[in-house]
Design a protein around this ligand. Structure first.
Ligand code: HEM
Length: 524
């Protein structure tokens, strides 16, 4: 007997009229379903551009390049004068949000409705079929991994236990910059490398060689490629049936970067498991040991090898982007406004002095330094949108808009942080604005009211606020305490800031020259 799809194909190729009849019926069913849900709740969808049946807004929106697309979504919202929109793509309703009040409704009062994640090509490839935490739709596997992270990997005890590894990398950073003081330093490379080094040392106990091995550099580059293509509006993410054609080439790029990023992880994990099996290790020394040695209630390993590898990749991905981006932008802004740099240095002189290096125990008192980082999170987030959330049931938000089940909610980090209703002079880098907002005087990098989205909130909020804040603040504090920074003599302007005026994301790396600030003996 002939299989039905083959039969259908034959009929379609032989009879175009029949094909259009089937298509029309299909469209009518979809439109009916769409209208019924709206009528059920008696509320409209959030405003949005007109869309075609089946493909939605794909031609108007998704066939442009990614950077243009991000601008386009924000422009549509501005033109429609709305802080929430609904853009239909394929079968999905994509809901961008720039209002802090609505963002809080999504992640606070309706957190349980919006705490799942989309199933999409990029996340599926990167998470090895959804076995680690960040990309997992809500369910038992997510709960298991989130518990492991909260109780064993990112707990306050583990944070304290691994502080010596972070200290090693903070010292390595100083040495690297000191040894390169005569040349222009690529601060994008340095900041990314530092974040990769810190998390690599915490996971594998590998002291870094600070970018001097090809392996380390290749891995960090691969991590950033994965981050760039993750949830990056790839056509196959929204129209999964087009995935085999890989129309925009995202799939091939992700696969190549994934292979590079995991090569080193796979070797290290396999090696370490063998060491434990052979009885050549008795003491847990890092995160990898913790993951391997976790046991369930029956004394069996809690995580299998695939889960360990996938989780390690995710921890590395989660650690490198936000801290490095915030520090690069802060330094770029400081080079354009030297008074800000001076103020941060004065704070470091007062709190830490000039005879010892800043330590993690000092960070709570470096409020101006933290205010600068918070301002970078607000004005220059690494990604324009938060990791997407998916609704698990139909609901109403803002008392007026219907959001159907399986909608993809993308809170705009850019739109929240630059919302002119909320922020005075939103495009100006003014760290002072964060100093007066804190109740007990200590600046924290989170914002529970989502006027800016740094670590997010709710059950999918970042479980590593302490670690993420520490990596970021220590990186900036050491770079400022150790060195005076200047633009290279042949660079008339700060490219990072200049190009941000045109296209926020296609910025050139920040190049700067470092001069040691403290006595030479401190660096050796
Ligand atoms: C400055 C540093 C960091 C920032 C700004 C940051 C921010 C975020 C944001 C915005 C999310 C998504 C929240 C949402 O979906 O609403 C997230 C999720 C996550 N972050 Fe972070 N993060 C940072 C550092 C880290 C580090 C160092 C780790 C671990 C080593 C980490 C682990 C995670 C994990 C596992 C999730 C997924 C949570 C889930 O889906 O259940 N983050 N982070």
């Amino acid at each position: 007997m002939m299989k039905i799809p083959n039969l259908l194909l034959m009929v379609i190729s032989n009879n175009t009229t029949l094909f259009f009849i089937i298509l029309t019926i299909f469209i009518s069913i979809i439109l009916k379903k769409w209208n019924t849900s709206v009528r059920n709740y008696n509320k409209p969808f959030p405003p949005g551009p007109k869309s075609w049946p089946i493909i939605g807004c794909l031609p108007q929106i998704f066939l442009k390049n990614k950077h243009a697309l991000i601008n386009r979504i924000h422009r549509i919202m501005e033109e429609m004068n709305t802080e929430i929109a609904c853009i239909r793509v394929g079968n999905y309703h994509v809901i961008p949000v720039t209002s802090p009040e609505l963002a809080c409704e999504f992640l606070k009062s309706q957190d349980s409705v919006f705490s799942s994640r989309p199933i999409c090509m990029s996340a599926n490839l990167i998470s090895n079929n959804y076995i680690a935490s960040v990309f997992l739709p809500i369910g038992d596997q997510w709960m298991k991994m989130r518990r492991i992270l909260a109780s064993h990997v990112l707990s306050p005890t583990t944070f304290q236990w691994l502080s010596c590894k972070r200290d090693e990398e903070a010292d390595n950073l100083l040495r690297f910059v000191y040894n390169n003081q005569c040349i222009s330093i690529n601060l994008r490379k340095v900041t990314r490398c530092y974040c990769g080094n810190v998390i690599r040392n915490m996971i594998f106990s590998k002291k870094s060689s600070f970018g001097s091995t090809i392996e380390e550099e290749e891995q960090v580059d691969a991590l950033f490629t994965l981050l760039e293509y993750l949830h990056s509006f790839g056509v196959s993410d929204y129209l999964p049936w087009l995935s085999v054609f890989d129309l925009d080439g995202h799939k091939a790029i992700i696969k190549k970067a994934y292979a590079k990023a995991t090569k080193y992880i796979d070797i290290e994990v396999d090696k370490r498991i063998q060491i434990w099996k052979d009885g050549n290790k008795t003491l847990e020394e890092d995160i990898l040991d913790v993951l391997i040695m976790l046991k369930d209630t029956n004394g069996n390993p809690l995580m299998n090898v695939k889960e360990i590898k996938a989780q390690v990749l995710e921890l590395m991905l989660a650690s490198v982007d936000n801290p490095s981006n915030a520090v690069e932008w802060t330094l770029a802004e400081m080079l354009n406004q030297p008074k800000l740099m001076q103020k941060a240095i004065e704070e470091l002189n007062t709190v830490v002095g000039i005879n010892r290096w800043v330590q993690e125990s000092d960070l709570s008192r470096l409020n101006y330094v933290k205010a600068c980082i918070k301002e970078a999170f607000r004005l220059h987030p690494f990604m324009a949108f938060n990791v997407p959330h998916v609704s698990v049931s139909d609901t109403i938000v803002g008392e007026k808009y219907f959001i159907p089940k399986w909608s993809i909610v993308i809170l705009s980090r850019l739109g929240l942080g630059r919302n002119s209703r909320v922020w005075e002079e939103p495009l100006k880098f003014k760290p002072e604005r964060h100093l007066k907002m804190e109740d007990d005087g200590e600046v924290v990098l989170t914002d529970s009211n989502l006027r800016l989205l740094s670590f997010s909130i709710g059950r999918r909020g970042c479980p590593a606020v302490k670690l993420g804040s520490t990596i970021t603040t220590m990186l900036l504090a050491r770079l400022l305490q150790g060195f005076t920074w200047d633009l290279p003599s042949n660079s008339p302007c700060n490219d990072l800031i200049e190009s941000s005026k045109i296209n926020h994301f296609s910025t050139l790396p920040l190049l700067a020259q470092a001069k040691p600030r403290l006595a030479n003996a401190m660096y050796i």
